[in-house]
Design a protein around this ligand. Structure first.
Ligand SMILES: C[S@@+](CC[C@H](N)C(=O)[O-])C[C@H]1O[C@@H](n2cnc3c(N)ncnc32)[C@H](O)[C@@H]1O
Length: 387
């Protein structure tokens, strides 16, 4: 108790010392983007400028300006003395009664930051690498599900993976089975010279033992010491704003990404557009409140306004709280046939019994009256087909 109190006091003192008010006026630039002019003495764009709303971090930092405008949700960028920013719930910063501040403290930056998960520094110990390789090999589930649906050969199949994570390992594994692979992520990992060579060497050894693989895509990356475009074609954008040509992909995969879409309707429309006629989609979606998997439905009690702010402040990592049936309905509206919905995670009955009365009592939640049966399903593999 005392420890917590002292920690809060110390944090409050540090913030008072390190945070500066973001200078007004906040001029509207376009869409959800606002502009503030900072003192000329500040470091340049690639610095560690952090932006806060009521002392909570916004981000991701260093976003593309067009994404700040079209997505908002707290994304921002810093170009010399100008900061282009958005608010987490896309409200007007001039009138939403919140305080905006910034800091260029590298100490604060190392403690948290507006950096996207994919860009965080990764551990290079033997055990961390072994566990990353084990996780990477779990990407075999992409190939296994293809087999189940009669796609026995991935050679020359054109595959898109959404949100591939920090090393694109599952996409790379598909390339080792002969597929031509693209990935899309608004925050693609950058090559980390202290991590990727070690991880990829270990991954290559493990993939070499799998029948039917050719590890040359991994060797190519190791040789070039970069995410080479001829091995994996990387698109730096969210699914909702895909710019690639229509009818491009035989198969689209994702794992733990659909729950982070900020606009599911737009995302599945785009996926329908870029999938070839006759093409497939395999999406593992986790419908839990990502703040705490032990209490996986808590976010359903929030009002839309509360949730929109929380979603933005947590950079979408909380999960978009769409329920499995809602997601399935937009997938069909986008034009896909939903071929199969397979449950992967179910809620515990003791948790549901305690949660449902609280949900029913939450006056302002859009989910207040959702049927209990729909709350049970917390994770799903959704299989789609474009006809
Ligand atoms: C929880 S991680 C999953 C990473 C990896 N697929 C895995 O299973 O380990 C979510 C990934 O989705 C990406 N992401 C979030 N929103 C996205 C969007 N709108 N479009 C594409 N990717 C997105 C994130 O940057 C991140 O790489």
């Amino acid at each position: 108790m005392l420890k917590q109190f002292l920690r809060r006091q110390a944090q409050s003192f540090a913030y008072r010392l390190l945070l500066r008010n973001l200078p007004k006026p906040y001029e509207h630039v376009g869409g959800y983007c606002w502009r503030s002019r900072l003192p000329r003495s500040l470091p340049k764009a690639d610095s560690t400028l952090l932006l806060f709303e009521d002392r909570r971090y916004l981000g991701p930092a260093n976003s593309r300006r067009k994404h700040v405008e079209s997505i908002g949700r707290g994304w921002y960028r810093h170009d010399d003395e100008v900061i282009y920013f958005s608010t987490p719930d896309n409200t007007d910063p001039n009138t939403n009664r919140r305080e905006y501040s910034y800091s260029v403290s590298s100490w604060l930056h190392t403690r948290n930051s507006g950096v996207a998960n994919n860009l965080l520094h990764r551990e290079v110990t033997d055990s961390a690498i072994a566990s990353d390789v084990e996780y990477a090999l779990a990407g075999s589930k992409y190939r296994n599900v293809c087999h189940e649906f009669g796609i026995h050969d991935l050679v020359d199949k054109s595959i898109l993976e959404l949100g591939p994570g920090p090393s694109c390992a599952w996409a790379l594994l598909m390339a080792c089975y002969g597929a031509s692979v693209s990935v899309v992520d608004p925050y693609p990992a950058t090559w980390d010279a202290s991590y990727h060579p070690v991880f990829l060497s270990a991954f290559r050894n493990a993939v070499a033992d799998l029948p039917g693989t050719d590890v040359s895509p991994i060797s190519d990356l190791l040789e070039e010491q970069d995410f080479s475009e001829h091995v994996i074609c990387r698109h730096e954008e969210p699914v909702e704003l895909l710019e690639m040509d229509g009818e491009s992909f035989d198969i689209v995969f994702s794992n733990a990404v659909g729950e982070h879409f900020f606009d599911c309707t737009a995302a599945f429309k785009q996926l329908h557009r870029v999938t070839k006629t006759g093409g497939w989609g395999f999406h593992w979606i986790d419908f839990r409140d990502h703040r705490d998997f032990q209490t996986p439905l808590e976010y359903l009690s929030m009002s839309d306004a509360e949730f929109a702010r929380e979603f933005g402040l947590r950079r979408g990592e909380i999960g978009n709280r769409w329920r499995a049936n809602e997601m399935s309905a937009v997938i069909e509206q986008a034009g896909f046939e939903v071929v199969r919905r397979e449950p992967t995670i179910q809620a515990e009955s003791t948790y549901l019994e305690a949660f449902i009365p609280r949900l029913r009592a939450s006056g302002s939640s859009r989910y207040r009256d959702i049927p209990a049966a729909e709350l049970q399903r917390l994770g799903e593999l959704v299989v789609l087909r474009k006809h």
